[in-house]
Structures are given as C-alpha cells and as structure tokens.
Design a protein around this ligand. Structure first.
Ligand SMILES: Nc1ncnc2c1ncn2[C@@H]1O[C@H](COP(=O)(O)OP(=O)(O)OP(=O)(O)O)[C@@H](O)[C@H]1O
Ligand SMILES: [Mg+2]
Length: 643
C-alpha cells in the first residue's frame, strides 16, 4: 500500500493505480523509488469547470440538432404550452427557434435555469419514482447553451417584466431586461460551434432534417391537444391545430392509415394499453411506423417492438412490419424513466406484464378486424384496371396485377401509361369510393358469395350480395392450411399420414448431427423420421394436410425452422406456433392448391365456404391478400355509370 498526499488530502493508492496518472515525472519518481510512501503534488485532480462539465453532458443529451429540438419542445410542453412553434434553419445547425405560450419564467428563474442540476420539476429522490414531466434532470438548457450561442426571452405569466438571457458557448450568462411576453422564446444559434468534432459527425442536412421531423412527429402524436407548428427553412412542414387524439394520429400517419386501421383499448394488470393498429395487409418495410408512448413519453423499445410483431405474427410475413401507434398508461412507480441520457428509453418493473398487455391489445384488434382486407389492396386492384389501355408496367408476371399491398403509400400510376382520365382516378380511388373494410369488421359473417368461374386456373371469381370478389385460390388455401395445422398443433399433435414407401432424406454435417439428437422434436408436427446413417434418414410420415408435397424438402425445411427458432426453451404451444409460422412461411406458397390447378365448381364452392370459416383469412401467411372485393358501386364507377 502506498500513501499519496494530493492538495493536502490523503489518498490511499496501490502502486498499480498510480500508473494511471499521466504526469510522467510523477510516475517516474514513484516507480524509481518504489518505497517512497508519500509525496506532495498539485494539479492532479480537479473539479471540471461548469462549462466543460456542461459540454460533457451535452455530449450525451445533445447528440444532434434533433435532440436539442426534443429537449426544448419537451420543456415547452412541461410549461403547459397550448401552442409550440419550431423554426429550423440549416438543418438546425444554423438556428433552432422554439416559441411557446407556456408559464414562462421570472428573471431569477431564467438565470437559474441555465445552471446545471437546476430544475423546477423534482425536489427529492422520492420524486424520481413518480415523474410525470418530460424533464427532471435540470441538464438540458445548460448543455445546449454550452455548445451554441443561446438566446432566451421569457416572462412569468401575468408579470409586467420580461428578461433576455444570453450565453455564448457556455461562457457567462448575460441577463438584460426585456419587454414582457407570453411564454418563452429560445433561439439556439450555431449549434456545436465550439465542438468541431461533433459538428463533423453531423450527417447531411437532409438526414438531420429528417431526424428533426421524426422527433417532432412523435411529440405531436403524444400531445394532440397542443397546437404545434414545424417550419424547415421557412417552409411549413406541419401545422397542427389542437385536435382529438384520433385526428392527430390520422393527420400524422395519413388518410391511408385512417382507412386501414382500427382502434383498440384494453386494461391489463392495472395498465391501459390502447392503440391505432394497422390491418395486417397494411404493412411496412421496416419498424419506423411503429410508435410507442409510455405515460405520454415517446420511446423506442426493442421489447415493445418485438411484442407488437409477436401480436401480429400469425397474420404477417416475418420480413414485414406492422403500422401501429401504441399508448401505455402505467403507474409511474412501475416504470423507471431515468435510464437513458436522452430519455428515449424506459425500464419497466415488469416487462413481461407490459409485453402481455401489448400482445393482448393487438390480438383483440386482429380479432375485431376479422376478415377485412386493407382498402389499399382494393385500391391497388382498381388502379391496375386500365381504361381500355394495354397491360401496364405495374402488372406482375404473366399480366397478373401485382398486389404489393400495404406500403404506406399505394404506388402511383406509371408515368405515360394509357390509364384512365385523372378525374376518373379521383373518383375511383377516393377512400370512400373504393371499399368499406369497416363494414366487415367483427361481423363474423363473412359472405364470399357464389363462384362464377375460375380464371387462369389461379383466381376464383365469385358474385356476392354487393358486388364481386376475386380470390387468390393459392393464397387462400395457404392460410387455411396454416390455421388448420395451428389448431391441430394446439391440440398437441398434427395428424400425420404414413408414406407408402419411406422417403430417404440426406442432410449434411451440423444439421444431421443436430437431428440425431432431436429427431423427436419433429413429432408434434406430424413428421416421423428414422435415423438410417450418419447423414441419412428415412421419412416415414408427414402431416396429412401436406402429403402431396415433396416430403424431403418439407422435412428439411422443418428441421431448419426448428433449429433457427430455437426449440430449446419454448416447448410450449407458442414456441411451436412460431416454428410452424416460419416453416409454412418459408414454404413460400409451394404447397396447398398450387396456382394452376383446375378446380371444379364444387371445389370452388367448398373453398369459399371454408374461407368464410377460417380466422385471419384476409391475408396469406406472407401478408398478401387472399381476396379483393369490388362493390357494384365500384364497378359502376369504373365504367362511368356513376359519378
Ligand atoms: N419553455 C420553458 N418555459 C418555462 N420554463 C422553462 C422552459 N424551459 C425550461 N424551463 C425551466 O427551466 C428549468 C431547466 O430546464 P432544463 O430543460 O434544463 O431542465 P429540466 O427540464 O428540469 O430537466 P431535463 O434536463 O431532464 O430536461 C426547467 O425545470 C423549467 O423550470
Ligand atoms: Mg428539460
């Protein structure tokens, strides 16, 4: 043990610890005289100046212009503003101006607000467990002011005096009297002016603007009763009036979402989970259209994302993402908001309960959606019908319309195509004119009518009470097979059928070795297997429903799915369901009634009747629609009989 006196204080340090000091001379003296036990020195440890401390904090809190916008708007919301205006120039690097009509500050408070750890939002450590405001750390303003030229004008509500505060790069705070005003105006100029490294990390203006838009959208979504305006380089990007919650969601996510989503609210173990949930056929390429709010705070949370996907698992292909806005209201004591520097994440006391709540909410919604098909699907179907013109480039292989359903915005008409006149399109594609998915929600009485014909051995045309439907026989059968297998699996085992002659299966290396130890795991799926060599097996039975398929391929894919989805922990039906989903999903519509099979009238009729009884029939396992419907009204409009 070595003793070291620093600035008159006594510290106990081991020799090894001393190596960490950078002062060369000090190290040299220590190590060259190892039995030296004490020495006096200065300037080794010191408290950082507030300016540097704030800049360090800014490193975490103000990652990019969007983070400054987030902090400042949150302050305005905490100040009970009814209107917040955000003006951005040069992607926020040049200037960020935020104006609110909130409670404002007295000159004394305005000065204090620029100090680190100065906050009006909490007082004691107990308050930390019950945070209801966005802010609580007293860090944002001093951090932002330490890396910018900061200007703030404010006045306490009802006061006849105002104040202007100026701080340049975290140096001294200047105060001067100003005219009284309503609320607070903050200007952040030349962000990161004194931290060039950070400035160099900035992405393109477009990317930084996009991040600001994203932050603003989230805050606007969470605070519908507040009027909120965003201007980018003088151009209004958003101008929201105070609205009810639904209107704000639709204003932000678009009318497409309004036509293709439903609302659901449930209570689960003391928490409220509510959401606007997109139809399964209205999916997106990534998770950016899934938004979460916990007690009014917009957060990102991998576990919640996973919960939403789990909720939709049965009805959506695994590389597509739902579109959903989910709110969770939970006892503040059950959630820790003090876990992320930018307060973008929270930690739940019981993450399992929250996950279960979210999944229940989504499942309830999916049940309510019943057998409705996203209206964008019908919309796209209508777009594909050309007005006396040749097949358009939007047609898929073989001239079949490509129903790439879902992606937020339906594809626009290809330029230069001989399509229907503009006003005709308007009539056809107005949301109300295309289809009314709501009409079928939860009715539980899907009526797919009578089959009229099979088209190209692929689609069934049927007449319903209100118009016609076109069924993709293959997609429909795929969903029916999946649902049946799922039911069988829930009842322990899928019914299997013995093969007349066992089929050999050859698997290589790792997979074969795995199968040697786990062959019994195929049993619940109706597959019986015998090990006949190191890398060879004999398939004795397959699921009765899939008996027409190539057994080798079928079993190899099942093995792969089980290995990938991890059979280890989840022997329960949920785990098996996931394997089933992946297995059948990956079969990529190979089985079932292959498109191309001629169906008799009776078979067509049987297919429609069975579809009516099948849960989640509106989409196949890949989230593609199984049928589209055109009402008589749609047809009348299509042929110009009706306005
Ligand atoms: N727009 C505003 N209107 C009224 N008061 C404000 C405004 N912005 C900040 N304040 C006051 O200044 C204080 C400091 O703000 P700051 O953002 O630095 O900390 P905070 O919001 O308390 O916590 P956090 O660092 O977590 O955001 C706030 O607690 C609040 O009292
Ligand atoms: Mg704050």
């Amino acid at each position: 043990m070595h003793l070291l006196i620093v600035k008159g204080g006594l510290l106990r340090l081991k020799l090894a610890d001393l190596r960490h000091f950078s002062c060369k001379e000090f190290q040299h003296r220590c190590f060259s005289a190892p039995d030296c036990v004490s020495m006096t020195t200065e300037h080794l440890i010191h408290i950082l100046s507030p300016q540097v401390a704030n800049q360090i904090a800014a490193g975490e809190v103000v990652e990019r212009p969007a983070s400054a916008v987030k902090e400042l708007v949150e302050n305005s919301l905490d100040a009970s503003a009814t209107k917040v205006v955000v003006r951005i120039t040069g992607a926020g690097k040049k200037s960020i101006v935020i104006e609110d009509d909130g409670c404002g500050m007295s000159p004394e408070d305005a000065e204090l607000a620029l100090q680190r750890h100065a906050t009006s939002k909490i007082e004691t450590s107990e308050d930390l467990h019950l945070i209801a405001s966005h802010g609580f750390r007293g860090e944002a303003l001093p951090s932002i002011a330490s890396v910018s030229r900061f200007r703030m004008q404010t006045a306490l509500k009802g006061s006849s005096e105002g104040v202007e505060v100026r701080v340049d790069g975290g140096a001294t705070t200047e105060l001067r009297p100003a005219a009284p005003r309503r609320g607070t105006r903050i200007e952040v100029l030349d962000l990161f002016l004194n931290t060039p490294a950070r400035l160099n990390f900035m992405r393109t203006d477009k990317t930084e603007d996009a991040a600001i838009v994203e932050v603003f959208r989230g805050l606007a979504l969470a605070n519908p009763s507040v009027a909120m305006v965003l201007e980018l380089d003088g151009r209004k990007r958003f101008d929201f009036m105070p609205q009810d919650e639904r209107s704000r969601v639709m204003a932000i996510l678009g009318s497409d979402f309004s036509d293709n989503s439903i609302e659901m609210a449930i209570e689960h173990e003391g928490m409220q989970v509510s959401g606007h949930l997109g139809l399964p056929t209205f999916h997106h390429r990534d998770s950016t259209r899934m938004l979460f709010m916990v007690n009014g705070r917009v957060i990102r949370d991998k576990q919640l994302l996973a919960a939403v996907r789990a909720g939709y698992r049965d009805v959506m292909f695994h590389d597509r993402y739902p579109v959903a806005v989910i709110r969770i209201e939970i006892d503040p004591a059950d959630v820790d908001v003090n876990v992320h520097p930018a307060k973008r994440e929270v930690r739940f006391r019981s993450p399992q309960a929250v996950r279960a709540g979210v999944i229940s909410c989504i499942r309830a919604a999916i049940e309510k959606m019943g057998q409705a098909v996203s209206s964008t699907t019908t919309d796209q179907a209508m777009r594909s019908m050309h007005y006396g013109g040749p097949a358009s480039p939007s047609m898929g292989h073989g001239g079949m319309p490509r129903f790439s359903s879902g992606d937020f915005r339906a594809p626009s008409m290809p330029a230069g195509s001989t399509s229907m006149p503009k006003d005709m399109q308007r009539i056809l594609f107005s949301a109300a004119g295309v289809s009314e998915p709501g009409a079928e929600y939860g009715s539980g009485q899907l009526n797919l009518g009578q089959p009229l014909a099979q088209i190209h051995r692929c689609y069934i045309l049927a007449q319903t009470d209100s118009g016609v439907i076109l069924v993709d026989q293959h997609a429909a059968h795929e969903r029916m097979t999946y649902e049946k297998l799922k039911t069988q699996l829930a009842g322990k085992k899928v019914s299997s059928q013995k093969l007349l002659t066992p089929e050999p299966l050859h698997l290589s290396g790792k997979v074969a070795a795995w199968l040697h130890d786990h062959s019994e795991e195929l049993e619940p799926f109706g597959v019986e297997l015998e090990i006949s060599g190191e890398e060879s097996f004999l398939i004795r039975a397959v699921p009765a429903m899939l008996v027409r398929e190539a057994a080798g391929e079928l079993v190899a894919e099942l093995v792969q799915s089980i290995m990938l989805m991890g059979s280890d922990a989840e022997g329960d039906s949920r785990g098996l369901g996931r394997i089933l989903e992946r297995w059948l999903g990956n079969r990529a519509c190979k089985g079932s009634i292959k498109s191309g099979r001629l169906l008799s009238h009776e078979e067509q009729e049987a297919l429609l009747r069975e579809m009516e009884q099948t849960p989640n029939i509106a989409q196949c396992n890949h989230g593609r629609p199984t049928y589209v419907s055109l009402s008589l009204n749609d047809l009348d409009r299509l042929f110009g009989r009706k306005e």
